[in-house]
Design a protein around this ligand. Structure first.
Ligand SMILES: *Cc1c(COP(=O)(O)O)cnc(C)c1O
Length: 391
């Protein structure tokens, strides 16, 4: 028996371990601290009332023999939810059918698992800085990874270049960690490039609900994307489902390589390794897409966006270079006085009692940058930015 040797090639994830260690040391030596945590990539507001109501109702159904549900008939989701999601796409002006939607337990699982259906000899293009899941899942299967540099020059929005030919292209917009968002023309350039290269785009739209009108929320708003892209979305950030676990992957019928339907392969993969999201959660997810659900969940997103607005205003006042915050719960900025990200992290922790996430944790191009999250409390966000402004 041999273990998968590729796991030896994974880099140790020091980021959150190191942050936790530094924060623990600080809180132990400052028991009366006023620490404000802005490193979080998790939502903090409770689920919307319509969602709770749907879960109570579904729970009652599970309590009676007549309405009890066991395995779902299809591991890709109940028709009621797939149709509700298709309806949401229609409201964006995007033509997606219920059968092109595959419900899963979150975008992290789907983005990680999709590589099962791709050959290991493919070359993968990921942005740097990057959401680590894209890198680690490909290292586990031994694929070659090349990086598209995101930096201040390109506004942390790398564009296709002739010198990075790739078969599998990851795009996350609005981006985690940088908060930067591609416009229509930029996404069109990526779609044209992928079609030309016969590559597939894996489009992570986990933060689509933060996008302001005028910018694309879905890759399928871009002509040609149906022939080269797979979209991954999740209710985690849209509707506070991080602890519920529900997401969806969209693969259009048109997406084929060598005459083989990608949707059919994914369906086969999921049918073999996954038995579907639990019924109660699927009913909760359905409620998110009702008019009242959209309204209630958008209220929570608006709350986080107001926090992001407070952060953006402060950074403007300070004259710091930044991206994000406008279409994203993250702001990403250049640390003052040419400090490194960890150096500035220590400064914020010790002098301002604020926890951020140093850019170094997301790739070499993150060096000297800091990510702050808007998922916290409104008053604390205001207080944190006041502290940062008092230099
Ligand atoms: C939070 C997040 C997700 C969502 O993951 P889930 O597994 O659905 O909770 C996906 N992609 C990115 C980049 C994220 O930050």
């Amino acid at each position: 028996m041999k273990l998968n040797g590729n796991f030896q090639n994974l880099e140790q994830s020091y980021l959150f371990v190191t942050i936790a260690k530094k924060v623990n040391e600080f809180t132990e030596s400052h028991p009366d601290n006023q620490l404000i945590r802005m490193g979080i990539g998790d939502v903090t507001l409770p689920l919307a009332p319509v969602v709770i109501e749907a879960m109570h109702k579904a729970t009652d159904e599970m309590a009676k023999k007549e309405t009890f549900r066991g395995y779902s008939p299809d591991s890709n989701g109940y028709p009621f939810l797939r149709e509700a999601i298709a309806g949401y796409y229609q409201s964006l002006g995007v033509d997606v059918e219920a059968e092109e939607i595959f419900v899963g337990d979150g975008a992290k699982s789907d983005v990680g698992n999709i590589v099962d259906i791709f050959d290991d000899a493919n070359t993968v293009l990921v942005p740097d800085p990057v959401y680590p899941v894209y890198v680690d899942t490909n290292i586990m299967s031994g694929r070659k990874i090349v990086y598209a540099d995101a930096n201040m020059e390109n506004g942390f929005l790398p564009m296709p270049k002739a010198d990075h030919p790739a078969d599998i292209i990851y795009i996350c917009s609005p981006n985690n960690p940088t908060g930067a968002v591609y416009n229509r023309e930029q996404l069109q350039a990526w779609v044209d490039y992928a079609l030309d290269q016969k590559a597939v785009i894996l489009f992570d739209s986990a933060y689509e609900s933060f996008v302001s009108p005028g910018l694309p929320r879905s890759i399928f708003e871009i002509p040609g994307a149906e022939k080269c892209a797979i979209e991954f979305c999740s209710l985690s950030k849209t509707a506070g489902f991080t602890g519920m676990r529900c997401g969806y992957t969209v693969i259009k019928k048109e997406l084929c390589f060598d005459g083989v339907s990608v949707a059919a392969l994914w369906q086969r993969r999921q049918g073999s390794k996954f038995n579907g999201v639990n019924y109660i959660t699927q009913r909760a997810a359905e409620a998110v897409f009702t008019p009242e659900g959209i309204k209630q969940t958008r209220d929570a997103v608006a709350y986080y966006k107001r926090n992001a607005g407070v952060m953006v205003d402060a950074l403007r006042e300070l004259g710091y270079w930044f991206t994000g915050g406008e279409n994203s719960p993250y702001v990403w900025f250049k640390c003052p006085d040419n400090m490194g990200g960890w150096e500035y992290f220590d400064y914020l922790l010790n002098e301002k009692q604020i926890v951020g996430t140093p850019g170094e944790g997301f790739g070499k191009n993150g060096a000297g940058c800091m990510r702050l999250s808007a998922f916290g409390d409104a008053e604390k966000t205001i207080e944190a930015m006041e502290r940062i402004k008092r230099r």
